[in-house]
Every structure is written in C-alpha cells, then in structure tokens.
Design a protein around this ligand. Structure first.
Ligand code: FAD
Length: 392
C-alpha cells in the first residue's frame, strides 16, 4: 500500500492527510506539538474552500459550526461611513456555487482531525521534523528525537518556519511585514444588540484597519486590529494589554471603538510572508500550505489555498508510487501561479486598499463606491470562483 508521510498537523497537513487517506493510502502525520490543535481565533472561508472541503468529505462537519454571513462591509475607520459592501448571498452564491463563511479555527481543525481519524490516518504528536533524506524511491523524515519515518512521499506541511522548506528551498527566515495584529475573541452575549451583524466588517484607517466577525455559530465575536507600525521583530501570540490596544487604535470610529473596548486577553502577532518561489518539490518531497506559500491574511486565503493544495495532491497522487515524483512536479506547476498571485494580491490589499491615508484613501473610497455588487463579484471571481485546482 502506498504510504504518505505528512510533517505538520495544522489545517494544511490534516487536509492533505485526509485527501490521501480517502484515496486508500496509508497516511502518517508527524506533529511537533504533543497534541493536535489550533489557536482560538476565527478564519474566513470563501467558496473555493467550501469546494475543497466538499471534495475532502468534511463540508457538513465544517458547515455545522460555520457562520454563513451576508456581506463583506468596508467602512471608513475614522468617520464610521459605510463605503461599500459586497453581498455574499443570492447572486454571489449562485455564481460561485458555494457560500462564504467564517468559522472558529478550532472547529475547522477539529472537522479535519475527526475526518482523518475516521479515515484511519495515523496521527503522531510530539515528533518535530528536522529534515529529510531520499534513497531508492523512498523519502525519510528525520526528527529532533533522532527517529526516522520512511514512506513513498513526504509532504512538508510544517508552516511558516518549515524545517522541510529550509532544506528544500533554503530561503532563510520569513519576510517580516512590519504589520502587527492584535487579536481577541469575545462572547457575543457581551456585544450590544445594535452592533451584532451577519457580516465581516472592515474599518480602514491611515496605516491601520480593524476587522470583526461572528464565529462559533454566532456564540463569539472575533476581533482583529492591525497596524502598520514598522515592527521588525517576530512576535507570535504574546499577550497585549487592553490599554495598549485602545491607544494604538485611538482614532477608531464610535461603534467599532465600542467593540474594541470589549476585547480582553489580547494577543499580538507580527505578520510575515515569503516571496513566491518556483520550486517546492524535490523528488519525493513537496511542500504545502504555509510551508509552500505563506501569505499575509489580507485576502483571507492562506488556509483556503492550503485546502486547494490538498485537493490537487489528492487528485494528482492517485497513481503508481513510481510516478509520484513526476506527479509532484505537476502539483508544483499547477499551484505555483495561483498561489503567487494570491500572495501578491494580499500584499497589495494591505498597502493599497486597507491602509492608505489622505488623498489616496479618498481615491480608494470613490473607486469602491462606484462598484456595483456585480463589479465586486467580478473582481474576486478568479479567487473565490475557482473549482478546478489542477487546471485540467
Ligand atoms: P500552520 O497552521 O502553521 O500549521 C503547521 C503545523 O505544523 C502546526 O501544527 C505546527 O505545530 C506543526 N509544525 C511546525 N513545525 C513542525 C516541524 N518541524 N515538525 C512537525 N510539525 C511541525 N487564511 C484563510 O484562508 N482565511 C482567513 O481568514 C485567514 N485569516 C488569517 C488571519 C491571521 C491573523 C493569520 C496570521 C493568518 C490567517 N490565514 C487565513 C492564514 C491561515 O491561518 C494559514 O494559511 C493556515 O493556517 C496555514 O495552515 P498550515 O497547516 O499550512 O500551517
């Protein structure tokens, strides 16, 4: 039986594992943390992600805990003026064949984990992969404890600071964007009725923006406030005080400010990505998700791309083990352009859409306000509307 090894048990790794197990392969996931899990924050899933979840057989599990929202609202963060809103019901769903939703990361991860468990995936926590070797048509993952796991293929799904990538691509640490994000989740019961919406709302200000949306079946509100503060050091999940957050976003308009004030247990991340590279494949070893193409979150597509990768791998690796190196080359070729375009789009959205000041912000507002719902749908069609992840 073909054996697939996956390094990393995040959303990307579990999606790959599930796709491969559903192909009838033996699958082993090596996760560095003792337990498999995800941090408590929200994630947006566009129709392309739902298509992937469908193919992976876990759409219903995810949908059961998802919030299917009505619109993406774009607000002026300082005046509180509504600039535009992209409807996500009716014509949007009909055109793209799937809904747009927000979910708790833990719910998405749990759905994939349960799917993997049901499909017989071997899930091994506490194994930090440090590199790999290849010999005689087999790939071996090496771990920090000195263990060796050998299979037909190794997929590196070990995230932004991937050890598999370090050996395969060798492009050093990720690019620090200079943007800091403050994240918190609050119970919806604490949110005043008038501020509860079935929307992802983005408040754009000069050099900063604030996003909020419901998660956990509407039980909680996810808050994420980002500042272009020129941060130069990596921070991942450090605690931040409420007063610090309020001071950083002092100019936020009233309703949004009220939500920010409700936040507690804030945590900070300094956002990173990488320049796209041409090659993520070395013989029987390939990268996926953030290990392959980490992007800023401004297009809300990093996890969606990881789910697409998993579907592409599931389709392409339905073959004789001897053919797998060529199939992995094809995977690389078909995923490269789309993921690179998304990476560049996310950077562009941060600098040109979310953070402009003065005249540039006024130009943006005029441009956006002039778009009809259909125009807005045209803009996202290449991203949200794709269902063919291998370009057949
Ligand atoms: P990760 O989630 O990083 O998982 C990697 C896994 O590998 C982890 O479990 C880790 O413990 C493990 N690991 C690490 N190193 C090793 C090792 N050496 N050996 C073994 N295991 C290892 N995407 C969207 O689609 N929509 C959104 O709305 C969205 N919002 C975002 C908001 C923010 C603030 C951020 C930062 C990102 C957002 N993203 C979003 C992007 C999304 O979170 C990532 O693209 C996605 O989680 C990547 O999944 P992954 O499995 O590839 O990597």
């Amino acid at each position: 039986m073909t054996h697939i090894l996956v390094a990393g048990g995040g959303i990307g790794g579990l999606a790959v594992a599930l796709g491969q197990a559903r192909n009838g392969n033996r699958v082993t996931v090596l996760e560095s943390r003792p337990e498999f899990g995800e941090i408590g924050a929200g994630i947006q899933l566009a129709p392309n992600a739902f298509h992937a979840l469908d193919v992976l057989g876990v759409r219903e599990r995810v949908a059961a805990r998802a919030d299917f929202i009505d619109e993406l609202r774009f607000m002026d963060g300082t005046t509180g003026r509504r600039i535009t809103a992209m409807p996500l019901t009716g014509g949007y769903r009909a055109r793209f064949g799937n809904p747009y939703a927000v979910v708790h990361r833990a719910d998405l991860h749990r759905a994939l984990l349960d799917g993997c468990a049901d499909a017989g995936v071997e899930l091994l926590g506490g194994h930090r992969v440090t590199g790999y070797t290849q010999r005689a048509g087999r790939a071996t993952a090496l771990t920090a404890a000195g263990d060796r796991f050998t299979a037909d293929v190794l997929i590196g799904a070990d995230g932004l600071r991937s050890a598999v990538r370090e050996q395969l691509v060798g492009d050093g640490p990720p690019r620090i964007s200079g943007h800091t994000i403050y994240r918190a989740v609050i119970p919806m019961s604490e949110v005043p009725e008038r501020l509860r919406t079935r929307a992802v709302t983005l408040w754009a200000g000069p050099g900063w923006h604030f996003v909020h949306y419901p998660i956990g079946g509407g039980d909680h509100l996810n808050l994420a406030a980002t500042r272009d503060d020129g941060a130069r050091e990596e921070i991942t999940g450090a605690p931040a005080g409420r007063e610090e957050v309020l001071a950083e976003f002092a100019r936020l308009a009233d309703g949004a400010r009220r939500l920010l004030e409700l936040g507690r247990d804030w945590r900070i991340w300094v956002l990173c990505d990488r320049d796209p590279v041409d090659t993520w494949v070395d013989g029987r070893v390939a990268l996926t998700g953030d290990a392959a193409h980490p992007m800023l979150q401004y297009a809300a597509q990093g996890a969606c791309m990881a789910l697409e990768d998993a579907v592409a791998l599931a389709t392409l690796l339905r073959c004789d083990p001897a053919d797998m190196p060529q199939r992995l080359e094809k995977y690389n070729a078909v995923r490269r352009e789309r993921t690179a375009r998304t990476t560049h789009t996310a950077r562009w959205m941060g600098s040109e859409l979310y953070h402009p000041a003065g005249a540039r912000a006024a130009e943006r507002d005029a441009l956006l306000a002039g778009h009809s719902a259909e125009d807005l749908h045209d803009v996202v069609a290449w991203l949200h509307g794709t269902t063919d992840f291998i370009g057949t």
